[in-house]
Design a protein around this ligand. Structure first.
Ligand code: F6R
Length: 241
């Protein structure tokens, strides 16, 4: 495990973007696993800038996102499809037909999960998986529970996750109650994992994840068992200099 402590969000976003850019430079046709949420916004802004400056070329990259809310169409402004398009894909030279996000409108999420994992495996697996961490320790939408769930699957979101994400919606009632998330298998099989945690509200759970027991009650703790984990964190929040 390599831990990079940063002074602030700006530095954390530069460090995380540098890890991703070096992956793409070393293997231009790599497979990236991507996350949404507020944490990676600065990282994505750096990647967009470096792409614009001709420093990183995403034209051969393929990507798979971690998760999507059930019931939201790709056009919904709180869907993770929309998030990725507007915060990254439209700003870099990636071929958008090679970017994949789980289908939040799937009628049969179990078959979607299986197909998503099979697709990832058929592309040789994920080279670099970017992760944020929820205040309850979730990664993707793998919520605290009694066992680690391996395949991409349907989850019922915990109330504290819906409350945390309500800031993006007009009211908590609009936050979907279910999501489809990549499971621990595809995450742990990624050749490199980059975990980001920024802000005072993430420090306690980050410590529990990295130093506490490996338990599905703290889903991110499974990352202690990953052979190539890079953690980029800062105690200061995203709006602090
Ligand atoms: C998003 C995801 C989630 C977030 C986590 C932290 O695709 O998988 O696990 O990374 O909820 O969210 P933020 O960054 O908004 O604090």
């Amino acid at each position: 495990m390599r831990i990079i402590r940063c002074e602030n969000y700006k530095e954390a976003s530069e460090k995380a973007a540098a890890v991703i850019a070096s992956q793409v430079i070393q293997k231009p046709d790599c497979v990236l696993g991507l996350a949404t949420g507020s944490t990676p916004l600065g990282t994505y802004a750096n990647l967009a800038k470096w792409c614009d400056e001709g420093l990183v070329d995403f034209s051969k990259v393929m990507s798979f996102n971690l998760d999507e809310y059930m019931g939201l169409s790709p056009e919904h402004d709180q869907s993770y499809h929309y998030f990725m398009k507007h915060n990254l894909f439209d700003k870099i030279n990636i071929d958008q037909s090679r970017t994949f996000v789980p289908d939040g409108l799937a009628e049969d999420p179990s078959s979607v999960g299986e197909a998503y994992d099979a697709h990832i495996a058929s592309e040789g697996g994920i080279d670099l998986q970017l992760l944020g961490i929820g205040r309850n320790g979730h990664i993707g939408f793998n919520e605290p529970c009694d066992e680690f769930v391996a395949p991409t699957h349907l989850v019922t979101l915990k109330e504290n996750t819906r409350e945390a994400n309500a800031r993006f919606f007009t009211s908590i009632d609009e936050v979907p109650t279910q999501a489809i998330t990549m499971g621990m298998k595809s995450i742990m099989q990624a050749r490199k994992v980059l975990l980001m945690a920024c802000g005072p509200d993430k420090m306690e759970i980050l410590k529990a994840a990295l130093e506490g027991p490996v338990t599905p009650q703290v889903p991110a703790s499974i990352l202690q068992l990953h052979k190539d984990l890079v953690v980029v964190y800062c105690e200061r929040g995203q709006d602090e200099a």
